[in-house]
Design a protein around this ligand. Structure first.
Ligand code: I3P
Length: 109
């Protein structure tokens, strides 16, 4: 699965609260492959990085959980992603269908 999403970092690994200057929403072209969610600046970045090693914006989703973020009321179609190493992110998708599709894809790969 791939597509544009907005992402906000809430907690880094080991449930460490993300510092203020890194908590803003950012747009990414997101692709899911081999239990890793890759966040690219755009589709070009995706093509370039396919064979590259610039994978610092990668989230391992093995033993991760995606749930609708019903408690987050500032934006619509948002899900929460909690990783095995206790990092936490919010992702905003474009509509309810995309929201469910990302959640299912992450939880059932
Ligand atoms: C953050 C930015 C985020 C906001 C976050 C701010 O500041 O405004 O949009 O989250 O609030 O820290 P900055 O742009 O300076 O990084 P929300 O959109 O969810 O309010 P937070 O610290 O309460 O998460």
């Amino acid at each position: 699965k791939k597509g544009y999403v907005m992402r906000k970092c809430c907690y880094e690994a080991n449930a460490k609260r993300t510092p203020f200057h890194k908590r803003s929403w950012k747009m990414f072209y997101c692709t899911l492959r081999d239990l890793v969610l890759y966040l690219h600046k755009d589709e070009n970045g995706f093509r370039k990085n396919q064979m590259g090693d610039n994978f610092h914006n990668a989230i391992r989703i093995h033993h991760a959980l995606a749930t609708p973020a019903n408690d987050y009321t500032k934006k619509q179609y948002v899900f929460r992603l909690q990783t095995a190493d206790q990092a936490e992110y919010l992702f905003q998708t474009s509509d309810s269908k995309e929201l469910q599709s990302w959640i299912d894809t992450i939880n059932f790969v």
